[in-house]
Design a protein around this ligand. Structure first.
Ligand code: F6R
Length: 643
């Protein structure tokens, strides 16, 4: 059942001609350039509903979610309350879920989350707030859950339900296997869900195994449902949910049979939808340069042929006859694409001196460039572009490396204790400072927030590891900067928002160096992750500085973080590495000893960083090879940012 027609939408949902484009899609969705814009629109819809109900003298019953997805919606609702007088006096809320067991004042509880992210800033009557109680006695659980559903019914039912989506396809905590008619109940959390929560709980072992959640049936009774999904990490589950069949294995697909649901997505979360990922399969396309590259690289993979072996039939059989008509025959298109891709390859990431640079990714002049590499954490530089960094130094460029955050929360207590004990042994016996560190570490309670004294030693460990690596690659110590951006310094996984102070730090450094090249981590996978915040700070600084004369000569290159890589159609500079360079890069990564073996924030991938990254650079090289370009051991990839 398609629910594309929705009379109640303030998120307007139907542009002319859209039916053809959305023929693969079974849930209405809107795609926004950023989570900020999407969140503001959703907040406006909620605010309008609250005001409408106020006019009618009625209560407004909202179903609310926690997690990273709704945070910006809540921020906007708070702003509307504080600056535009939006009142919540007629609002009754029911939250989707709570961990079980979980105390209300635990910082990881959803009670705490809702207070901190919404309730304490608005004028809602506390008795109108409902969140499942994570401390209800086991024997009272069933009754508690039935009463929760009854309370929603007695309030008049949910007027609006806000949802996020888990990588398992859960909504609320309805994990795979949930029944379409399920009511509020206790449930066992999926392993993937627990992994996703592991970093906030400082390790998967601390994540509760169970939760209480509103049921699918409860959620589907809502008159209006809006599901938010931001970032690349959600792209594949969003495609499955919107385009797949209804299945208990992906509980969010049950929303296909709700007739007033909208998914609100950002570009990244929508990136695997057929009409976005392979639009040529859906309707006629405007063949931009980027789309041509994407389609032809896709076609090569599909028919398992290098670019120069594609023929007219391949194009015609795979939805690309329009391109053939515009620019064909295949032979001509192939040659152009082959040259374009081939020219991204360079062993001279800083430009090749005295060479014709018309078709090279970088300028030949000036022969010796000032290069500023920003690394969000102390190790992303070597992990993501260690081979390129090495070449830049060897080819005589003035290389500067700036570590944006201290990375202090990612060092384990055991690691810190080991260093502190060595320091004590070789210092004078009475070094009070070191003794204090040791005693703070030994008496530390399980708490998500480290004391300043512990954070300091952990940050220092990462500094010295970084210096080991940069020295190994030949960067002088005076060209290495530890920026300790304040947004990161909370001592916990949850960070502060970017402040003018953060941006000022970046701006000052760029001004002091006046670089010809800036490298930055273009990691867009997680909208609330440190990499994205670090990138935003750089983009904001560049925006402030872009009129400065030296910026006319400054090119910005984006590398990806440890988790993702640019696809060949996105790559504008591909720097090959020899086997020796791969080994040298591995050694540089090894200097970051605190991040080896048992990494604190491993994520779902249990491989060590150097293993992941070697597979990644080999993978890019293999893809270039399969396209019929050149055969290398490994390739590091960059995309240019134009400002
Ligand atoms: C939260 C909830 C979950 C989350 C989902 C996505 O109350 O019920 O379904 O919405 O796990 O979490 P984030 O938004 O953190 O990606």
């Amino acid at each position: 059942m398609r629910n594309l027609n929705n009379p109640n939408l303030s998120i307007s949902h139907k542009e002319p001609g859209q039916f053809e484009e959305t023929r693969f899609e079974k849930i209405h969705n809107k795609i926004f350039k950023s989570s900020e814009i999407g969140s503001k629109i959703v907040a406006k819809e909620i605010a309008d509903l609250i005001k409408q109900k106020q006019k009618e003298n009625k209560k407004c019953v909202l179903g609310l979610a926690t997690g990273s997805s709704p945070i910006k919606v809540y921020e906007e609702l708070i702003r509307l309350h504080q600056e535009e007088g939006l009142s919540f006096h007629n609002v009754i809320t029911f939250n989707l879920d709570e961990y079980y067991p979980m105390e209300k004042d635990n910082v990881e509880s959803y009670h705490y989350f809702m207070q901190e992210n919404l309730f304490k800033y608005i004028d809602i009557d506390p008795k109108n707030i409902h969140i499942p109680d994570g401390m209800v006695l086991k024997e009272d659980l069933d009754e508690f859950c039935m009463n929760y559903d009854r309370a929603i019914l007695n309030a008049g039912g949910l007027d609006f339900q806000l949802l996020g989506i888990g990588r398992t396809g859960h909504i609320g905590f309805n994990e795979p296997g949930s029944h379409a008619n399920s009511g509020t109940r206790s449930i066992t959390l999926d392993h993937i869900t627990r992994e996703d929560a592991a970093s906030s709980f400082l390790g998967i072992n601390n994540v509760p195994r169970r939760a209480i959640t509103m049921g699918i049936g409860t959620i589907k009774k809502a008159k209006r449902i809006v599901l938010l999904a931001w970032g690349e990490n959600k792209a594949s589950i969003i495609k499955e949910t919107i385009e797949g069949e209804i299945s208990s294995q992906v509980p969010a697909t049950y929303l296909q049979s709700h007739n007033n649901t909208t998914f609100v997505l950002d570009n990244e979360a929508s990136s695997e939808l057929t009409r976005i990922n392979t639009p040529w399969l859906v309707s006629s396309c405007l063949w931009t340069e980027e789309l041509k590259s994407k389609a032809i690289v896709w076609l090569c993979e599909k028919v398992n042929k290098p670019v120069l072996k594609l023929n007219d039939k391949h194009y015609n059989d795979h939805g690309m006859s329009g391109l053939l008509a515009e620019e064909g025959p295949a032979y001509d298109i192939n040659i152009k694409m082959f040259n374009k891709l081939q020219r991204t390859i360079t062993g001279w990431p800083g430009g090749k001196p005295n060479a014709d640079d018309l078709n090279r990714p970088e300028r030949a002049f000036p022969a010796s460039k000032k290069v500023l590499i920003f690394s969000p954490h102390p190790d992303d530089d070597v992990i993501s572009m260690g081979g390129t960094l090495d070449r830049l130094v060897e080819q005589g460029h003035e290389v500067h490396v700036a570590y944006q955050t201290s990375g202090n929360i990612a060092v384990s207590d055991e690691e810190a204790l080991r260093y502190a004990e060595v320091a004590l042994e070789i210092s004078s016996e009475n070094d009070e400072n070191i003794k204090n560190v040791i005693s703070a570490l030994k008496t530390k309670k399980i708490s998500p927030v480290d004391e300043l004294i512990i954070r300091t030693i952990k940050g220092r460990i990462r500094r010295k590891e970084s210096l080991g690596a940069t020295r190994f690659l030949g960067v002088p110590d005076e060209n290495v900067y530890f920026l300790d951006m304040p947004f990161y310094e909370t001592g916990s996984v949850k960070k502060k928002n970017l402040s003018p102070e953060d941006i000022e730090i970046i701006t000052k450094l760029i001004l002091a160096i006046e670089p010809h090249q800036i490298y930055a981590a273009g990691d867009l996978a997680d909208p609330h992750g440190t990499h994205k915040v670090c990138l935003d700070a750089i983009f904001d600084s560049i925006e402030n500085l872009k009129e400065a004369p030296f910026m006319k000569d400054c090119w910005v290159w984006l590398y990806r973080g440890a988790w993702h890589e640019w696809e060949p159609y996105e790559i504008e500079m591909a720097v090959p590495m020899s086997e020796d360079q791969v080994l040298k890069k591995r050694k540089a990564i090894f200097y970051h000893q605190s991040q080896k073996d048992n990494v604190m924030f491993q994520g779902e991938d249990s491989r060590e960083f150097w293993v992941r990254v070697e597979e990644r650079t080999k993978n890019t090289a293999d893809k270039y090879n399969a396209l019929g370009l050149a055969e290398y051991t490994a390739i590091e990839a960059f995309k240019r940012y134009y400002f």
